[in-house]
Design a protein around this ligand. Structure first.
Ligand code: NAI
Ligand code: SOE
Length: 388
């Protein structure tokens, strides 16, 4: 009989340590979990990053990482086009997998990963980490307990400014690396996952309108990590035609006759990384802004509106479970990684993968792919498209 894994014996590997890989590492370490090794784009970079991040093993390739029997779980924080081949290889090597979003670049691929994980009995998560904000969990409880009444409208936006200038560049702008959808796949996916998580309502059909504000961008001659473009000089750029959307507005029909609208854009000066949702229901409304994540607005018609500040003493048990600090001690983006890692590894170490997961799984990643494909088709054909 195999000895069950414990926190002490569990070894974790990570592929990709650019912008977000280190947030995974930090989230793992804050849970007392052991990050044993990493793989990078090249063996030299792996050695350099392992030294910088204090990780004992640097592998020459992902295959080497997967061949290490001391590694039981793998985090994939690589560019989007690598998620499917790497997740598949990791599952086939018997590893549990936490994959960055999007899960794949097509629903055929994401469906295969869901099937493989199930057949091979491996724990799996997609990093829709924003679910783990305490006040997002609180919003879910408020909607699903019926406290707000019957939901009518779900609206909001996800806006950023880091791709505002035509000289702003990242691999996400290249469909062969980032996928056919850009703003929608990169950040709209977080919003869609969040509102479906909060309300429990699936999107039935969509009508999308896209715009590419910069049909030609200036691409730097050498690759760069996310958000590091601001450090470049305006020399050594080449003209690159852009086929993916800088902006999208999407009309949404949810189950139960609930309607909604989402706007996403990566060219909105001053909006650094602002996910905003508002849910209007028959008794009250709620709204939340990821740039002020410790405040939940509650709107009323017949009494003054309220701001609920994050304070575990005032939160429901689900929200309290993802809160590490008392009221007034603000929690933010890195804490969502800590909380997602806590939930995933508690589940993994408990060992019963038939139990329902309390974190986003590959199945959620697959749902998101189906939704994104409907959005892409709708924008192309300029009509309502049903989500498969
Ligand atoms: P990045 O470009 O900053 O980092 C990617 C890293 O992957 C780089 O270090 C690169 O050298 C490495 N890499 C490339 N090819 C590799 C290979 N074959 N094997 C191993 N490593 C390889 O990109 P960033 O922003 O960190 O994004 C990575 C992924 O994380 C994306 O899928 C993105 O959508 C997702 N992401 C999710 C966030 C969230 O909040 N959930 C936040 C930021 C990114
Ligand atoms: C870049 O747009 C990005 O880092 C996304 O890739 C993340 O998923 C989001 O959390 C923040 O913005």
């Amino acid at each position: 009989m195999k000895t069950p894994l414990t926190k002490e014996t569990l070894g974790i590997g990570i592929a990709g340590t650019g912008f977000i890989g280190p947030a995974h590492i930090e989230g793992l370490r804050r849970n007392g979990l052991r990050v044993l090794g990493l793989a990078e784009a090249t063996p030299e970079l792996a050695r350099q990053k392992a030294a910088e991040l204090g990780i004992p093993r640097a592998y020459a390739t992902l295959e080497d990482l997967l061949a290490d029997p001391d590694i039981h779980a793998v985090h994939l924080a690589t560019p989007n086009h690598l998620h499917y081949p790497h997740a598949k290889a990791a599952l086939l090597a018997g590893k549990h997998v936490v994959c960055e979003k999007p899960l794949a670049t097509s629903s055929a691929e994401s469906a295969e990963l869901v099937r493989l994980a199930k057949e091979l009995g491996r724990a799996n998560a997609i990093n829709f980490n924003l679910r783990m904000y305490p006040l997002v969990q609180q919003a879910r409880q408020m909607v699903q307990s019926g406290e707000l009444g019957e939901v009518f409208i779900i609206q909001g936006s996800y806006l950023q400014d880091w791709l505002l200038f035509p000289t702003d560049w990242n691999w996400r702008l290249q469909p062969e690396l980032g996928g056919n959808l850009r703003a929608v796949g990169d950040i709209g996916s977080h919003w869609l996952d969040m509102v479906t998580f909060i309300t429990g309502l699936r999107v039935k059909e969509v009508f999308a309108d896209f715009k590419t504000v910069h049909p030609i961008r200036k691409k730097p001659a050498k690759p760069l990590e996310t958000y590091s473009g601001k450090l470049l000089q305006p020399s050594d750029y080449i003209d690159q035609p852009i086929t993916t959307e800088d902006y999208a507005s999407i009309l949404l029909h949810f189950e139960n006759g609930v309607v909604g609208v989402l706007t996403v854009a990566q060219v909105c000066s001053g909006r650094k990384n602002r996910l905003f949702f508002e849910i209007n229901a028959s008794r009250s409304s709620i709204a939340w802004d990821s740039e002020r994540p410790n405040e939940l607005w509650v709107g009323h018609r017949t009494q003054p509106n309220q701001i609920l500040m994050k304070d575990p003493a005032l939160l429901c048990p689900e929200a309290r479970a993802v809160t590490s600090y008392p009221g007034g001690h603000n929690e933010g983006f890195p804490d969502t990684f800590k909380q997602l890692c806590a939930k995933f590894y508690n589940y993994l170490l408990a060992g019963d993968f038939s139990a329902p997961a309390d974190f986003p799984t590959f199945a959620d990643g697959h749902d998101e792919m189906l939704l994104c494909e409907a959005i892409e088709r709708s924008a192309k054909e300029q009509r309502w498209v049903a989500v498969q």
